[in-house]
Design a protein. Structure first.
Length: 195
């Protein structure tokens, strides 16, 4: 589960970085020429390791725990309902073999079991959709927090490009600002009050 959350957060981070880079790229084109239209030399570039960011950012850790707990609760609920259905079906089969039901009563019980099974499937679909919505909320909140932090951070640092390390084939560690970004994000992060 944690790997899923980290992968989702990493994908969200890549999307944020692509958006940020596309915006910064347009600004860089405008800055790339001086007043007399001569190109400036050298770009100020940095990169962030998305895997490190998602594994060290407290928001991701906290939300991973929340999602893990929700997933366990969903699984427990579904397992409980499935066991109740299996027990009722086994009881029905046993009584059916013992001729304990009239034909009419057997049809009623069977219809009730089919409804219970349909209700369980509907519950499973609803809970899965709710869980997916919760994951989507997490991704949006993650993207927003990283994007907003990078925007504020970059007002001071004035990088032309901030890249995701995954998009870099070769580069020096001197351009890695991951630790600085993680520290800043964690400092800015205010966890929600626990219920």
């Amino acid at each position: 589960m944690k790997k899923t959350i980290i992968k989702l957060a990493s994908m969200a981070f890549v999307a944020v970085m692509m958006f940020a880079c596309s915006n910064q790229g347009e600004e860089s084109k405008a800055k790339a020429t001086s007043e007399n239209n001569e190109p400036q030399t050298g770009l100020k570039i940095a990169y962030i390791n998305a895997d490190s960011l998602t594994s060290q950012y407290k928001f991701c850790k906290d939300y991973s725990l929340i999602l893990e707990k929700k997933e366990k609760n969903i699984q427990a609920t579904l397992n409980s309902k499935a066991q109740a259905l299996q027990s009722a079906a086994a009881n029905f089969q046993q009584k059916l073999q013992q001729n304990a039901y009239t034909r009419e009563r057997a049809e009623q019980v069977q219809a009730a079991l089919q409804k219970q099974e349909a209700d369980l499937q509907a519950l499973q679909q609803r809970l899965a959709a709710d869980f997916e919505n919760e994951q989507a909320k997490f991704l949006i909140a993650f993207q927003d927090s990283v994007k907003n932090y990078l925007k504020a951070y970059n007002k001071k640092k004035k990088y032309d490009l901030i890249l995701n390390k995954a998009a870099i084939l070769e580069g020096s560690d001197k351009f890695d600002i991951t630790d600085e970004i993680v520290k800043g994000l964690n400092k800015a992060y205010k966890p929600a009050k626990k219920d």
